[in-house]
Every structure is written in C-alpha cells, then in structure tokens.
Design a protein around this ligand. Structure first.
Ligand code: PMP
Length: 427
C-alpha cells in the first residue's frame, strides 16, 4: 500500500474525514487524497515522493511558487525574534501601507487571520455602519464559513435564503438574500423593493468557487450604481482575486471602486492572513475607534506578516502580472486545443493567474450554467491528470491557479499530459 493510503487510513482515526478542510477529501472526484510532504516552485512531492506540477497553489496563496527563497528567508528572520506578541509591531504598518498603495480604494485596513474572518468582519462592519440588517450575496459565491453566509438561494425572487449547512439556525440566514450572478434585472428589482434596507452586497468579483465565472461589465456597473444610490456598502471579496488577477485586484480590471474589500490568500503568502479595508469613514466604525467589535489574538502575527509583505514585494516586479497572465493563457489555450483534438467537449477561460476548465460547450456565466458541466468526465480527467503527475483542484467547481514559478516547460508538459488524458476519455 502506498504511504498516501497508509496516512489517509491513519488520519481518519484522529481527524474527521482525515482532513482539516472538506474539499481536500476528494469527496467529489473519489479516491484517496494526496498527502504532500514538500513543495518547491511549481512542484509538489507527495508522501510517496511522487512529483506533481501543482495548479492548486494552496488554493491561491502560492503566487510566487512554493518555498520561494526570499519568502522563506523573511519567515525565518521574523521567527527568531519571537512568534507572536499580541501587541503592535512595525511590520504591520509596512504591510498596511503596501496594501493601501496597491489597492487605492483601501484607505485603512485591518489584519485578521483568514479570509473567513475578513468577510465576516466586513459584513458586521457594513451592518454597523448602515444600521441595516439585510445583506445580498450571489449564488455559487463562497465567502468563508461564517453562519450568515452559508446560505442557499430561497425558492423565489426576494425570498431570503435557507441555511446550506447543519448547525446554522434559519434565524441567522433570515437576513441573507441570495441572487443570481450576472442577473442585472433581478438585482435592479431587488434594490427597487428593498434597497433602503440593505446593509451591503458582497461579491466575488471574478467568482472562483464555482469554477471561474466572469461578471459582465453591466453587472458590476449596476452593482456600483445601485449600492451608491441606496446607501448600501459594496464589498468586493477579493480573498481569491486580490493581487492575483491584477496587481490591484479585480477592482482594477473592472475600474470599480468598492466601499470595502476583503483580502486573504496571496496577502499572507502562504501564512494565515486575511484583511478587510476600504473607505476611511466606514473603517472608523471598527473598535477601538467605533462601536463595531472585531479582534484577534494572532492578528498581524509577525511571522505571517513577513511572508505576506515579502510576497507583495515580489509581485511588484516589472511585468509580473503580464507574464503570469500570458503563462495562464498558454495553459488554457493548450488544454482547449488538446480537448478539441480528442473530440472532447470542453471550454476554458482565464483572468490573470486564475483559470477555468469546464466540461461544457460554452464558457458558463452563472451557477446554473456551470452546474450543467459533465462532472463524471471531469472526475475521469482529474484522475488521468493525477496519474500523469499533474495536480488539479479535486472538484469540477473550483478555479485553477498558475504561479510565477510555472515555466513554459511546465505548461508544455501539462498540455502533453492533457492530450493523453483527453485521448483516454474519448476512448
Ligand atoms: N472568500 C473567498 C472568495 C474565498 O475564495 C475564500 C476561500 N476559498 C474565502 C473567502 C474564505 O477564506 P479562508 O478559507 O481563508 O477562510
């Protein structure tokens, strides 16, 4: 039996499902999750020392590749000075200033320890600032696992959502309205009826948690205009897209200035950091300045900040995002061509260092459309690629990630592997 198998069997005795986050369990693709022991650049090595080209990148943070020497050196240098003080440090100012410089809509920023904390806190802040309870999210978008965000759409327009998780009282999701991504008409109608009761709208500005889905220009423009008109806070959840789709995030590409932005993943460079920030007048409502409470023992942790700050410096290298976007496009064009050659129905998309591979004829634009994709075919493709030494996200409904460490040779090897994998599917 492989060491991966042995470890998974052992893990199941002490850890629920053998994993510390559910999508790692290979629940939708089947088979045994891979236990990794090491990463370097674009590669990962599993417990059996098998090497993979990695397109998960820890679900986004690994934008400069695994174990980048400068990031590791910064972490080591910070660690020898102590792991945590629960008191302010100079490095926190440096990372706050860097975030504010790179994302101009952020005038003031608070550090937390995960994306979940960032979005949960931003929503509390929006409610505190507006004095309103109701919030809007979109179907298929994920904003972490806080209670009021674990919601399924209600059965009709303007029906509030129902919990999508056990343990969440229906009362807690009573104020969460779930609308369709890219549906301008529904959004407009909702604002017409309820606009003055809405505290905020939270958006994945390129959705990455239902595979990659782009918003239309009309949709984001309508969001900005309606939130402004009705005094609702527009929250761009850039936990995934921040520093990844462009240096200034999705808002730079959209030309939209949200009121609040949430960050995670890349901002911590692989260490646990999340952040939320935005308009100074809204941020002034957070404790200790204002009445909205938010806190954290490990917030602004010096070792995590060292990793994040070094990563933010590295991604400002001249042409970093242009190269990353080009590499990612080479990958998806190669995958699409390989599928075509094999006669497999498949479409692709990418934005910056984020990509989508869909087993649908057309690139999907909504949750309903992406749900039409052929999951069985994806699962077979996933396992065929894994056998070829390519590690893709173990779900048909997750975006993929390319890093600056992926070389042209890595992309060529991946496309060659995909050609063989698609041929297997077609056979
Ligand atoms: N928001 C978005 C858009 C995300 O993609 C995620 C995580 N995938 C989160 C929030 C939650 O972040 P975390 O897992 O760090 O709590």
């Amino acid at each position: 039996m492989s060491r991966n198998h042995t470890l998974f069997e052992r893990a199941r005795h002490s850890i629920p499902g053998g994993v510390n986050s559910p999508v790692r369990a290979f629940g939708s693709v089947g088979g045994t999750p891979i236990f990794f022991q090491r990463g370097q650049g674009a590669s990962l090595w599993d417990a059996d020392n098998t090497q993979y080209i990695d397109y998960v990148g820890s679900w986004g943070p690994a934008i400069v590749g695994h174990a980048h020497p400068e990031v590791i050196a910064a972490v080591q240098a910070a660690a020898v000075n102590g792991l945590s003080f629960g008191a302010p440090t100079e490095a926190e100012i440096l990372i706050a200033e860097e975030i504010i410089k790179l994302v101009p809509s952020i005038e003031s920023v608070r550090l937390v320890s995960s994306g979940t904390e960032a979005t949960m806190s931003a929503i509390r802040l929006a409610r505190g600032f507006t004095g309103r309870d109701k919030i809007v999210k979109f179907e298929g978008c994920y904003h972490g696992h806080s209670d009021s965000l674990l919601v399924k759409a209600g059965s009709g327009l303007l029906t509030f959502g129902t919990p999508s998780s056990g343990g969440v009282p229906a009362d807690f999701t009573r104020h969460t309205l779930v609308l369709e991504y890219n549906n301008v008409e529904q959004l407009t109608q909702t604002f017409a009826e309820l606009g003055d009761q809405l505290a905020c709208v939270i958006l994945e500005p390129f959705a990455g948690n239902m595979n990659l889905i782009r918003p239309s220009a009309e949709f984001v423009a309508a969001l900005r205009e309606l939130c402004t008109r009705h005094g609702a806070v527009l929250i761009y959840d850039e936990v995934m897209t921040g520093f990844r789709v462009a240096l200034g995030g999705a808002q730079e590409l959209h030309g939209i200035r949200p009121d609040l932005t949430t960050l995670g993943k890349v901002v911590g460079g692989g260490m646990p950091i999340g952040a939320f920030g935005g308009r100074a007048d809204i941020m002034a409502c957070i404790a200790p300045l204002g009445s909205v409470y938010q806190a954290g023992t490990l917030s602004g942790n010096p070792v995590a900040v060292a990793a994040g700050l070094t990563t933010l410096k590295l991604i400002q290298a001249e042409g970093f995002h242009a190269r990353l976007g080009e590499r990612t496009r080479q990958l998806v064009d190669g995958l699409a061509a390989a599928a075509r050659e094999a006669g497999v129905t498949c479409s692709t998309d990418s934005v910056g260092g984020m990509f989508g591979l869909y087993f649908t004829a057309e690139v999907p634009r909504s949750y309903a459309e992406v749900m039409q994709s052929d999951r069985e075919l994806f699962n077979r493709f996933f396992h065929a690629m894994l056998a070829e030494g390519v590690y893709l996200a173990p779900s048909a409904f997750e975006a993929g990630f390319v890093s600056a460490a992926h070389t042209e040779a890595d992309i060529d090897a991946t496309v060659a592997a995909a050609r063989r994998a698609f041929a297997k599917l077609a056979a």
